[in-house]
Ligand binder design. Sequence first.
Ligand code: G1P
Length: 286
Amino acid sequence: MFMPINTVVLPVAGLGTRFLPATKSIPKEMLPVLDKPLIQLAVEEAHKAGIQHVVLVTSASKRAIEDHFDVNFELESTLESRQKLAMLDAVRSTLPQGMTLSVVRQPKALGLGHAVLCAYPIVGDKPFAVMLPDDLIDDLDGGCLADMVALYNKKGAYSLAVEEVPRDKTDKYGVVSLNSDGQIMAMVEKPKPEVAPSTLAVVGRYVLPAEIFQALATVQAGAGGEIQLTDGIASLLATQCFYPHRFKGTRYDCGSKLGYLQANVAFGLRDVEIGTSFQAWLQDNK
Ligand code: G1P
């Protein structure tokens, strides 16, 4: 039996500059894919993985995210009095039943690794998951994180979600190389294509040991002058095993305009209410 994974850290303190001006006053994690904000899709995936505790690492301008998961008394009583019960249910279940939410601030934008370290006082000395809500992984089965948590529960294996990327895109990702047992042997943040150890890139799902906190507290600033989660993990590779998890389904990079639009099209096409007419419209407007 391994210490259970019941906590996910969601680093959401970033500025979202790629979506300005939309993200001037709205956190990028609140941008909707069809009718649910990215942050809610991440929390729902965590729920499917059996996670009970969500830790948001936020910054000053991100209050809307906390509000989204909180009770909105006025809205709920209006919907109730108008007997809009489906809508009421949608509003009430933004945080799935049985989940609790904690919020911690990242006082300075010092990088993803630093954001994860900010969650230490809440997570404590136990294994946990990290999800980056920008990386929307559309898997109609169990979900990417559920598969990773299941792997951990079975074998005690820590893992990172990975996918192949074109070599000219390695400088946008953490890139791993594997040893002959298929374990992660090396990991480097945003390598230039000519020096990348492979084209296997990490996308935003991690199942990590408690030791990562100590590692993050001691690593030096790396790529972009930031404390990188990648460097923290890399410093543990000599003593801990990490596995790559090639997930099922499709990953949309919702931190980019193209990926965000693709996600909206995919979700729109299978929506029961608008799917058919949306498809017809797309055909007519090719
Ligand atoms: C972060 C990580 C990177 C990872 C990527 C996945 O980078 O630092 O290792 O590959 O997320 O989306 P960011 O996209 O925040 O620059």
